[in-house]
Design a protein around this ligand. Structure first.
Ligand code: CA
Length: 223
């Protein structure tokens, strides 16, 4: 999952960036509203974590711009403790959730997973597909009830495909979800991760459409 983090406080921003990365998200971090706007115009994000008090363009104004463009990605806003009015303005401008600083990283991650689940139309805490189960909150995957160990990128790739069962996604789209800015994309990385996922979870799980992309089909394929 690729996330845009917009936070001008260098210490907090870096802490959140590192924490989210460890939780398996690909994170792009910008420190002002204009840079965030540019990123939103050029990149595709599953979600945005947005501080409201920002240089150049406020978080609330950025949100209004985003929603005016009919971009529906979930947005979680970060606000200071004594700013109820800001929080209300942010929610009215189209934010989906908020956290008050200082906040706990685990709570942020739990809320982000809840937003991602909701935006994909998933109400279950566990993504189930045939004998495969993926639990975003604990980062666990099992097959037939047996835990399967996946790397962070393998997990992210499987998560992305399971959130959009039946939708074919190109290699480039999947790379976007797996890598943030400044992270080097190894050549054939998506192919390699798919190969590993098939070895670990069954060769029929992910279907390749040559020259188009990858999909997990709605109907569970017979092995
Ligand atoms: Ca700020």
């Amino acid at each position: 999952m690729r996330i845009l983090l917009v936070e001008d406080d260098a210490l907090l921003g870096d802490g959140v960036r590192v924490g989210l990365k460890q939780a398996g998200f690909a994170v792009d971090w910008t420190q002002d509203g204009q840079a965030a706007k540019l990123a939103l115009e050029t990149e595709d994000y599953a979600l945005m974590v947005l501080d409201l008090g920002l240089p150049k363009l406020s978080g609330t104004d950025l949100l209004k711009w985003l929603r005016a463009r009919q971009l529906t990605m979930p947005v979680l806003i970060l606000t200071a403790r004594d700013t109820v009015a800001d929080r209300v303005a942010g929610l009215n401008a189209g934010a989906d959730d908020y956290l008050i600083k200082p906040f706990d990283l685990d709570e942020l991650i739990a809320r982000l997973n809840a937003l991602l689940r909701r935006s994909a139309g998933q109400v279950n805490l566990i993504l189930q597909h045939g004998d495969i189960a993926l639990t975003p909150s604990t980062h666990q995957v099992s097959k037939n009830g047996q835990a399967v160990a996946l790397s962070a990128r393998e997990f992210s790739l499987l998560h992305e495909l399971l959130l959009h069962v039946g939708r074919v996604q190109s290699r480039e789209q999947l790379e976007q979800h797996l890598y943030g800015w400044g992270e080097e994309v190894e050549s054939n990385s998506v192919e390699v991760h798919v190969h590993h996922l098939r070895k670990k979870l069954g060769s029929a799980l992910i279907r390749t459409l040559r020259g188009v992309g990858y999909v997990i089909d709605k109907d569970v394929a017979k092995p």
